[in-house]
Structures are given as C-alpha cells and as structure tokens.
Design a binder for this molecule. Structure first.
Ligand SMILES: Cc1cc2nc3c(=O)[nH]c(=O)nc-3n(C[C@H](O)[C@H](O)[C@H](O)COP(=O)(O)OP(=O)(O)OC[C@H]3O[C@@H](n4cnc5c(N)ncnc54)[C@H](O)[C@@H]3O)c2cc1C
Length: 402
C-alpha cells in the first residue's frame, strides 16, 4: 500500500490550489458572479476557462492526444477535490458533471470519427453535453429495465419516440447521449445514440425547478416525437446501451465523490475559522469539547470517504470495475457532504444560515447527492449482491472482484 503522491501530481495540485484560492474563492463572495440559477455567470465562466486553458489544466481527465493531461482515476481523485474547494471550481476546469462523464465515456467507446464529431468540441469547451436516460413513470429510473423511450430502425436511420426527465444541462447542451429501447432483452434491450440539439423531432418541455442551485442548462424534461438518428451516430453495438451506461456511470459516480469531498472540506474550513474566533460564555467555541466532537466527526467521515474513493479509483486503474467500491464511496460521501454542510451551518450560527458564506448553497445542493446516479438504497442493493456472491472474499485486499 503506497499513499505517496508523485511529483507531477503534487505540481498539478499546487496549480489547482493556487487558481482556486486566488481566482475563484474571491468571486464566490460577490453576488454579481452568479447567474439566475445560482451558478457562475456564463461570461465570467468563459473568462476563467481561458485562464485555466492558459495554465494547461483544462479537461485534464482526457488523454493527452485529445488535449488533456491523461489523468487516471487516482489523479482525478487528487485534483477534483481541490477544484471543488470552490463551488465554481469543476466547471472552470471542465471537470463538472455531466460533461465530465460524457467525455470519459465517449473517449472510451466512440469510434475515431465519432470522437472528432461528438467528443472533441466538448473537450475544447466549445459545446456542452447531456446524458438522457431517466424517465417518468412508468418508464425507467432506478431500474433501467423499465426504459420505454424507443428507437426503431428504418433503413440506415433510427426513429426515436419517448419521454425523459431530470436531464442535467439539457437547456444549454448541444451534444446529447440518449439511451433508448431497441429490443426486449433485460441486458441487451438498450442502445446508446448521440444526437445534436438542432436535430428535429424532439423538444424540451420544461426546465424542472429544483431545491438546489442548478448546473448550466438546468434539469429538463424532454419529449421525443420522431427524432431521426443516422446509424453512424449509434454508440457501441445495438444492444450495448446498458454496457455503455455502466462504463459511464462507474467513474462518473466516483468523480461525484471526488468533487463532493472538496465541498465537504470547504464546509469544515469555514466552520473551523468561525469557531477559532468566536467566543461565548467566556470560552472560545473551538475550545469546547462538544464543538471539537462535531468537527472531529466530520473530519473522520471525510477521511473515510476519501479512502473509499481512492481505493475504488485505484481498483479501476488495476482494470477492475470496482462496482461495490464505487457504491460504498457514493453512499458514504453523499452522507458526508450533507453532514459537513449541516454541521458547519450549526457551528457558524446565524451566519451559517445566511448567504454570506456558501454553506447554505452547499447544503441545498447536497440533498441531491443521495439521489443522482443511483439512489443510496440501490447502491446498498449493489453492495449486498456483491457480498452475497463473493462471500468472505468481498473483504479481500488487492484489485478486488467484480
Ligand atoms: C439533480 C438531479 C440530476 C439528475 N441528472 C440526470 C441526468 O443528467 N440524466 C439522467 O438520465 N438522469 C438524471 N437524474 C435522475 C437520477 O439518475 C434518478 O433520479 C435516479 O436514478 C433515481 O431514479 P428515480 O428518480 O426514477 O427514482 P425511482 O426509481 O422512482 O426510486 C424512488 C426511490 O425509491 C427507492 N428505491 C428505488 N429502487 C430501490 C431499491 N432497489 N431498493 C430500495 N429502494 C429503492 C429509493 O429511495 C429511490 O430514491 C438526475 C436526478 C437529479 C435529482
């Protein structure tokens, strides 16, 4: 077991830290930095993305021959938490969901021609993307076997009809990945496609209002009524839509954990600074044992999440799928983010509940963590199934089974 960090990773971590501290944290303080949906204003984002590009840190998760730094999952774990010390961080580095997961899956499964058309413009930050899978009842949500949006082959084209919702970023995306039903099989009944926002035969019915701040483009409900997709825009083989989804969601869930761990650490940072200064009843808050216990509990939860996340990242690098590891990390870190924001708000008193710090923003955002990319209960099911099939070897060290 080796927890040493390479010199190159240390250098990159230093660059990210410097950019986040000097450029992003001051902007969070200014209400004018935000758009109407509580995210960073688009023109400001463009300016900051140019600065990140000049530093050579834009889309670092992409292979070097596609303009990235070739970061592996372990490298991503090291950098993403530092980026998300700021609520604006990941999107400035082009490491935010859903583009992050969409780029990763396209770079793994698309043909070279598809990469040129669908991936490279996202890597360069010229367009945004969305991943359309979830449907309203009676369609597919937690259970992808229930997906009803159908793609039917007509010559060399596919005709799509159906309904999707909660599609993050759809209002600002140009490139979409769509999961549709093309057969009856449980494991081979779905196929993945790429389409462009200007293709006729689909529309955004509404941008769904949510409790938290929104990604650019919101969370939208989409209706497909005769969208035509040429077969050349099919991703992977017919019937491999579930496989593509698993390839995408494995690492995407883990990168959520990496980012959320940065937000959780930021919550601690804000709370620690407050209790170090604030006094009551003749005692500094930081000197009270009950306050120390709260901060200690959050620190331990964060560190547990970091270890689970890092081991899952390492297991991915060893070639495994690390499915139960990713599920454990996702549950632990989603709960930790909520605990960290809640504790920090409590320790900061009225200031914690105000908009003078990003704590209330993070608190509202945190609630989605137990739902997106699989509800915690579904991940518990995945862990239980892995344990039941692996028995005692579930607890083995090393690359792990899948
Ligand atoms: C902010 C946000 C962004 C999202 N972005 C996207 C996106 O970009 N693209 C996309 O396709 N989807 C997206 N989603 C949808 C998300 O992936 C789904 O909400 C999630 O998979 C759960 O599906 P569902 O909402 O249909 O819940 P349902 O399947 O209806 O489940 C409801 C609840 O039932 C319980 N439950 C379900 N299954 C089980 C089980 N096996 N055991 C025990 N309990 C269970 C859980 O508590 C679950 O929360 C987003 C959702 C949110 C909130």
């Amino acid at each position: 077991m080796d927890f040493h960090i390479s010199t190159e990773h240390q250098r990159l971590m230093g660059l990210v830290d410097e950019f986040v501290s000097s450029r992003l944290l001051p902007l969070e303080q200014d209400p004018k930095s935000f758009d109407a949906h509580e995210n960073i204003r688009e023109d400001l984002l463009e300016e900051l993305r140019s600065e990140v590009k000049a530093l050579g840190l834009f889309s670092p998760q992409m292979p070097k021959d596609r303009g990235g730094l070739g970061l592996t999952p372990v490298g991503q774990a090291l950098l993403y938490e530092r980026m998300n010390r700021s609520i604006f961080g990941p999107v400035c580095f082009n490491c935010a969901a859903p583009d992050d997961g969409n780029m990763t899956v396209l770079s793994k499964v698309a043909t070279e021609a598809q990469k040129k058309r669908w991936l490279d413009p996202i890597v360069r930050g010229e367009v945004r993307s969305a991943f359309a899978m979830t449907e309203p009842h009676p369609g597919g949500g937690s259970d992808p076997g229930m997906i009803r949006t159908r793609a039917e082959k007509r010559g060399d084209r596919w005709l799509v009809n159906g309904h999707k919702w909660y599609i993050t970023g759809a209002g600002a995306a140009s490139h979409f990945i769509l999961i549709a039903k093309t057969g009856e099989g449980l494991r081979d009944g779905l196929t993945a496609f790429a389409f462009h926002k200007d293709d006729p035969g689909w529309q955004i019915e509404r941008r769904i209002p949510i409790m938290g701040p929104e990604e650019h483009g919101g969370h939208c409900e989409l209706r497909f009524e005769g969208l035509e997709i040429p077969d050349e825009n099919r991703l992977m083989e017919v019937g491999q839509g579930l496989k593509l989804t698993q390839i995408r969601l494995g690492l995407a869930r883990l990168t959520h954990c990496m980012r959320w761990l940065g937000l959780a650490q930021r919550c601690m940072e804000i709370a620690s600074a407050y209790v170090a200064e604030r006094e009551g009843f003749g005692v500094k808050l930081a000197d009270r044992e009950s306050v120390q216990m709260q901060l200690g509990r959050v620190a331990m939860a964060i560190e547990s999440g970091r270890l689970l996340t890092m081991r899952a990242a390492w297991r991915l690098e060893q070639g495994g799928k690390a499915r139960p590891d990713i599920s454990m990390a996702k549950i632990q870190v989603a709960d930790t983010l909520h605990l960290a924001a809640d504790t920090a708000i409590q320790l900061c008193g009225a200031r914690g509940y105000s908009k003078d710090t990003p704590l209330e923003w993070i608190y509202r955002y945190a609630r989605q963590a137990r739902l997106v990319d699989g509800a915690s209960e579904v991940h518990q099911m995945v862990i239980s199934r892995a344990y039941q099939s692996q028995g005692r070897s579930f607890f083995a060290w090393g690359p792990g089974e899948d």
